[in-house]
Design a protein around this ligand. Structure first.
Ligand code: PXP
Length: 241
């Protein structure tokens, strides 16, 4: 199975926000990503709007044609935004408002009833729900009861160990394989993301046979500086095929 590539465009929004105006043009960038082969666009609006602004969402959704994924912490404001615009997928992430970037998945035991409520509301509006999760079987156990159709496995630890410690790197990959295969048995789809890059993506995608989608932002944006956007998207897609 070929996993889909969803490009996270936050970093380009960050660059735009470093000056006034719309340069680089975030909306054109999203369209170009699609033209060059991206199968989805991901945005992660944060409360301080330091990269994606809430006002970007309707424009992006109107101009893009592939799967639109909004990720973030389901605060009241975030849910209002998601329910108003109804993306194809909403990835729920337990990130602190002050966090530099998301760095862990949900505790699905402590947050079970809250996540059940959020999930049910999103699903009523036809939005697929994915839960950001560490590769931990205990955390997977509640996902069916919560009602999410997918999980997004947090690959930050996997990526962290790639050059540091080969044994831990492979152990981490083993945890991902195990959780992904259990998820498949109970009919939950598997996405993955965070710190995936040209060096670690192929092994990951080859090891997780039921990987539906990866969302990649930081490394892909940096690679595009060196190789150009079209080449870069092609390079990532080849690793997924
Ligand atoms: N998935 C989630 C939930 C994220 O928060 C992020 C970063 O915004 C990503 C995936 C993409 O991570 P990266 O930018 O490291 O590719």
């Amino acid at each position: 199975m070929k996993s889909r590539l969803s490009v996270n465009i936050n970093k380009v929004a960050l660059l735009r926000n470093s000056r006034k105006g719309n340069y680089p043009n975030l909306y054109q960038y999203a369209k170009d990503c699609e033209e060059f082969g991206a199968e989805g666009i991901t945005v992660h609006p944060r409360p301080d709007e330091r990269h994606i602004r809430y006002s970007d969402i309707p424009v992006l959704m109107e101009q893009t044609t592939t799967e639109f994924n909004i990720e973030g912490n389901p605060t009241k404001e975030f849910l209002k935004l998601v329910l108003k615009h109804k993306p194809d997928q909403c990835t729920l992430v337990p990130d602190d408002p002050t966090a530099l970037t998301s760095d862990h998945g949900w505790d699905t035991i402590k947050n079970k009833s809250f996540l059940q409520e959020v999930c049910s509301e999103l699903k009523t509006h036809g939005i697929r729900v994915s839960l950001f999760l560490d590769p931990d079987l205990k955390m997977l156990e509640n996902v069916s009861d919560i009602g999410a159709e997918r999980i997004e496995l947090y690959t930050g630890e996997y990526a962290k160990f790639q050059d540091l410690d080969q044994q831990k790197f492979l152990e981490e990959l083993g945890k991902h394989k195990q959780v992904a295969s259990e998820a498949m048995k109970v009919g939950i789809g598997v996405n993955a993301g965070h710190d995936l890059n040209l060096k670690n993506l192929k092994l990951y995608a080859d090891s997780i046979p039921n990987l539906l989608e990866v969302s990649i932002g930081h490394a892909l944006t940096v690679d595009a500086l060196y190789y150009g956007l079209k080449n870069t998207i092609g390079m990532y897609k080849r690793l997924l095929s």
